[in-house]
Write a protein that binds this ligand. Structure first.
Ligand SMILES: Cc1cc2nc3c(=O)[nH]c(=O)nc-3n(C[C@H](O)[C@H](O)[C@H](O)COP(=O)(O)O)c2cc1C
Length: 210
C-alpha cells in the first residue's frame, strides 16, 4: 500500500487534498435538506455529513460548512427550527447534486433544479416528493466546531415517511429497496446492494447471519 504522511498531504494542491480527504472517511448517506426562512422562502441543499446521534430520543446531526461557504440552510434552521431530510435516488441524483451550486438567497433550489416540494401533516417545511425516505426534524442544538468554523447541527426527529418495501418486520430499513444512494467525496454517487445482516454480537457466541 502507498503511505502518505500528514506533512505530505498538507502540501498537496487544495483540490487534490480535498478529494483525497473527503473520500477517506468512506461512503456517506446523501440527502437533500429542505428549510424555509421566516418569510416562507424555501431552500434545498445536498448534504452527506449526516450522522445518527441516538435512537431514544431519536436524534440526527449533520455538519454544516462555515457560514461563508454554506449560509442558507443553517440560517433558516436557526430562524425557524424546522427542516426535512430526504434521501437521494438515482433518478434525481443530478438534480440533487445541482443544489450544491451557490444560488442567491432569493432563489429556491426546488424550482432551480426541478424537484417537487411536498407539504404534508401541517409541517412548515416541504419534503422532497421524489424521495422515498423523508423525515422531519426540529432543531435541538447547534454546536460550533472552532477548529474549522463548521457546525454540528443536532435535531430531534418529528415525522418519518418511508417506502413500504424498505421497512422490515423488525423495524430495520433496507434502504437499497428504497433506492437511497450513498456518496463519496464531493462528487461521486453510488447505488447499494445488500451484503449481510448479523445477529447482535455476544462474546460467547459465534457470529450468526439473520
Ligand atoms: C455530495 C455533496 C455533499 C455535500 N455535503 C455537505 C455537507 O455535509 N455539509 C455542508 O455544509 N455542505 C455540503 N455540501 C455542499 C453544499 O451542498 C453547498 O455548500 C450548498 O450550497 C449549501 O447550500 P446552502 O447555503 O443553501 O445551505 C455537499 C455538496 C455535495 C455535492
Amino acid at each position: 500500500m502507498k503511505h502518505f504522511s500528514i506533512e505530505e498531504i498538507t502540501g498537496w494542491d487544495r483540490f487534490y487534498r480535498a478529494n483525497f480527504v473527503n473520500s477517506l472517511s468512506g461512503f456517506k448517506p446523501v440527502s437533500l435538506i429542505a428549510s424555509r426562512n421566516e418569510a416562507g422562502q424555501t431552500n434545498l441543499a445536498i448534504f452527506s455529513n449526516i450522522v445518527h446521534i441516538g435512537a431514544d430520543p431519536a436524534m440526527v446531526g449533520f455538519i454544516n460548512r462555515p457560514r461563508e461557504a454554506a449560509p442558507h440552510t443553517i440560517a433558516n434552521i436557526e430562524a425557524t427550527g424546522k427542516y426535512t431530510i430526504n434521501h437521494v435516488r438515482a433518478e434525481f441524483a443530478a438534480q440533487a447534486h445541482q443544489t450544491s451550486a451557490k444560488y442567491p438567497e432569493g432563489a429556491s433550489e426546488f424550482e432551480e433544479v426541478g424537484l417537487t416540494p411536498d407539504y404534508k401533516l401541517g409541517f412548515e417545511v416541504p419534503f422532497v416528493k421524489e424521495s422515498h425516505v423523508q423525515y422531519a426534524m426540529e432543531l435541538f442544538e447547534i454546536i460550533s466546531l472552532k477548529m474549522n468554523n463548521t457546525f454540528l447541527v443536532v435535531g430531534k426527529l418529528q415525522h418519518a415517511f418511508v417506502e413500504k418495501a424498505a421497512l422490515k418486520e423488525d423495524g430495520f430499513l433496507e434502504l437499497s429497496s428504497a433506492g437511497s444512494m450513498v456518496s463519496l467525496g464531493l462528487d461521486a454517487y453510488y447505488e447499494t446492494i445488500p451484503h449481510s445482516r448479523f445477529a447482535y454480537a455476544k462474546p460467547d457466541q459465534p457470529t450468526r447471519s439473520i
